[in-house]
Design a protein around this ligand. Structure first.
Ligand SMILES: [Zn+2]
Length: 69
């Protein structure tokens, strides 16, 4: 995997949605990439907000706007 592709995984890593292999690859990349360290750190509040919002959702997921099936 090229470094530019690993840079793109910062958000997915912060959200914890990478698979085991990709997590290991990204963590190796993260050890030497200060830009990704900053990105992962900046995703922290976003992850916290998403987690808080997820607790507000009804069972089954995101409510649909009125009038839409
Ligand atoms: Zn990087």
């Amino acid at each position: 995997m090229r470094a530019i592709e690993l840079h793109r995984d910062a958000g997915a890593y912060a959200l914890g949605v990478l698979g085991t292999v990709d997590t290991c690859r990204f963590e190796e990349h993260l050890a030497g990439c200060s830009a990704c360290v900053v990105q992962v750190r900046e995703f922290g509040p976003v992850v916290a907000h998403l987690a808080a919002y997820a607790h507000l959702l009804p069972p089954g997921g995101v409510p649909r706007p009125a009038g839409r099936p």
